[in-house]
Design a protein around this ligand. Structure first.
Ligand code: ZN
Length: 223
């Protein structure tokens, strides 16, 4: 344990925490920062059934700051409020409905970033989001079937198919295709920039036979 870590622990004991977006005292995410995530930002989501994806906020100002400190500075206390905000987005965008069971699929993180962060932050967040939606009466669960990294090909016969798949899906692949076929899914990520990652994720799920309804993200980077 470094001196800095000890000092940060002492500080956390002595001082109450501030809002992760704006530092206003005694709150994880204050009301006004939370309101920044109450939008329904839409953008094209090629490769999904709806063709449109949704975000809670624009990626700027306090919203950006809140996401960065949650994601890259280990502010795990933000998991529950962010999960609740994504669950609200899922309902108001119509991405979840009373009739269709839906699987929430967290966007994959690279091995390096999981090691750096000490966790797969989107899996944790999406798990809480599924619980929040289940509490509201929706049939949802979290299905962490996407990974990044190269796919090992087993035989010469599969190589061409695997190469074709790799061109479409980049380095995203499905770990458990048997759990995907015929299932309705929603992709969940923190930030959407160009949408390229989401396209690869949707293509990988599609190849495994899933129906990707739409994408939900905390924030969308303005063009
Ligand atoms: Zn705030």
């Amino acid at each position: 344990m470094t001196v800095t870590t000890v000092m940060m622990m002492v500080r956390d004991l002595l001082l109450p925490r501030g809002c992760t977006g704006c530092d206003s005292p005694d709150q994880v995410l204050c009301r006004s920062c939370r309101d920044l995530f109450a939008h329904t930002v839409t953008r094209p989501a090629p490769g999904t059934l709806e063709g449109t994806g949704y975000s809670c906020a624009w990626y700027r100002g306090e919203a950006r700051r809140a996401i960065l400190s949650w994601k890259d500075h280990g502010d795990e206390e933000c998991d529950p409020p962010f999960a609740a905000l994504l669950a609200d987005l899922a309902v108001r965008s119509g991405a979840v409905s009373g009739n269709d069971p839906v699987h929430l699929v967290p966007a994959p993180s690279s091995r390096a970033s999981m090691i750096r962060r000490g966790r797969w932050h989107m899996r944790d967040l999406t798990a809480l989001m599924a619980v929040a939606l289940a509490d509201l009466g929706y049939e949802t669960d979290m299905l962490p079937v996407l990974r990044t990294g190269h796919v090992a090909t087993k035989s010469v016969q599969t190589t061409n198919a695997a190469q074709r798949a790799a061109r479409i899906t980049g380095n995203v692949h499905v770990t458990d295709p048997a759990r995907c076929a015929g299932r309705r899914m929603i992709l969940v990520d923190d930030i959407i920039t160009t949408g390229a990652t989401m396209r690869q994720c949707a293509a990988a799920l599609e190849q495994a036979g899933a129906n990707v309804a739409t994408t939900l993200t905390l924030a969308s980077v303005p063009k």
